[in-house]
Design a protein. Structure first.
Length: 402
């Protein structure tokens, strides 16, 4: 038995069977390459599901975290720390939003966003009982509140009854959103670019229309930027590309580049008249280690002009992927996406998961998404030659499966 086989067999004895893991045991990473226990290397176009924007072992990131670990890990939110202020400052500056609440995950950021919206409406109206409009094929996380606004039935149904007062509309269909508005509607929640659902960017007209609808009826717009935010589309947040500003934004994944951290961030109007002391809290949220990671991420992004790199390199990625589709013998029916968040639509009779598994064998990590899509979320530091190598491996894998 190899070392990997031993670890996998032992892990399967003690871990809850909540995941279908690929049969690989990773032990270290460097740049955009992961290595398994046997020393085999893998080109990573998944980034741990959009988390590792800086790749692996980034020296300035490692140094910032190492320093913080030696200084202070945690004090709770009963007290102030300098890293907490610095991280919140960066997040408000880059988003143009006003106030930050740090969480430990994306789902928790969604939970907080929902509570803030409900509190805003209950303070305004003097009563509770408000509703939220969410989108079909959306994904907002696995906690009960987040699952309640997730538009995929099989994520929700076993856990019903969930949070009530959620109505679903069709993404990119403004009339279907309008049809769900009632006097009780307090918020509309959507991903600026749907991720798990199959990489669907919002249509500019749709997003602008939802914003106008929210303004007209004093409904709060919650944009979930957990996957599409933090530079992935070439802006700090995808909504900045559209010129549409949310009242509340949820962010996580690449926010800490590996340290578990998320946040919900409120615009001035919402911040001033929603959450008050005692309404919400978190033991860990924004602790010095997480906050140091957030600050390091923002400062490295600036120093290395990561957004500029994504903007400059994304057209090359798109061009290469379009060429791959064209030469795939019909296996890849097309491409959707923005920046370094790309989906390849796979022919119906070939499961995208089978391609991802074969790619892993061939030393390339890619993800899948709903609707039989291969999902690419590379580290934001990938170069043109990494993109060339990815296309070469994926092209060979596709040929071998035909
Ligand atoms: C991953 C994801 C979440 C949930 O984040 P967790 O950290 O897994 O809780 C929420 N929304 C979107 C869009 C995501 O991609």
């Amino acid at each position: 038995m190899s070392k990997s086989e031993q670890i996998m067999a032992q892990a399967d004895e003690v871990l809850l069977r909540a995941y279908n893991r690929f049969p690989v045991v990773f032990s270290r990473g460097e740049g955009v390459t992961l290595y398994d226990e046997e020393g085999k290397s893998y080109l990573d176009f998944g980034s741990g599901i959009g988390v590792n924007a800086l790749g692996y072992g980034h020296p300035a990131y490692t140094q910032a975290l190492t320093q913080q670990v030696g200084k202070l890990m945690h004090v709770s939110n009963l007290y102030y720390t300098a890293p907490l202020e610095e991280a919140a400052r960066a997040l408000t500056e880059k988003s143009g939003l006003s106030r930050v609440f740090f969480t430990n995950s994306g789902a928790e950021a969604i939970e907080g966003a929902i509570k803030a919206a409900k509190k805003y409406a209950s303070r305004r109206d003097g009563h509770s009982g408000h509703e939220i409009i969410a989108m079909e094929h959306s994904f907002h996380g696995r906690t009960v509140g987040a699952v309640s606004v997730t538009g995929t039935a099989h994520y929700r149904e076993p856990f019903e009854p969930l949070m009530g007062g959620v109505r679903f509309a069709r993404f990119n269909d403004l009339e279907s959103v309008k049809a769900q508005v009632t006097e009780k509607t307090c918020a509309i929640i959507l991903e600026t670019v749907q991720g798990e659902g199959g990489i669907y960017p919002a249509d500019p007209d749709f997003l602008a229309g939802v914003r106008a609808l929210c303004d007209e009826k004093d409904i709060l717009l919650i944009l979930d930027e957990v996957q599409c935010g933090m530079g992935r589309t070439g802006s700090w947040y995808a909504w900045q590309t559209y010129g549409v500003k949310p009242d509340i934004m949820a962010t996580a994944k690449a926010l800490g580049c590996g340290v578990p951290v998320g946040a919900f961030v409120l615009g001035e109007k919402t911040a001033e008249s929603s959450i008050e002391p005692g309404d919400h809290g978190s033991t860990y949220g924004g602790n010095p280690l997480a906050a140091a990671a957030v600050s390091a991420v923002f400062s490295i992004f600036e120093q290395e002009d990561i957004l500029g790199h994504v903007k400059e390199t994304a057209p090359y990625l798109e061009e290469k992927l379009d060429a791959l589709c064209a030469s795939s013998g019909g296996v890849l029916a097309g491409r959707r996406g923005m920046g370094f968040m790309q989906g390849l639509i796979v022919r119906e009779d070939l499961p995208a998961g089978k391609i991802a598994a074969a790619a892993l064998q061939a030393g390339l990590i890619v993800l899948t998404a709903g609707g039989n899509v291969l999902r690419l979320l590379p580290p934001l530091v990938v170069t043109r030659s990494d993109i060339d190598r990815m296309c070469e491996i994926l092209g060979k894998v596709i040929t071998s499966l035909q």
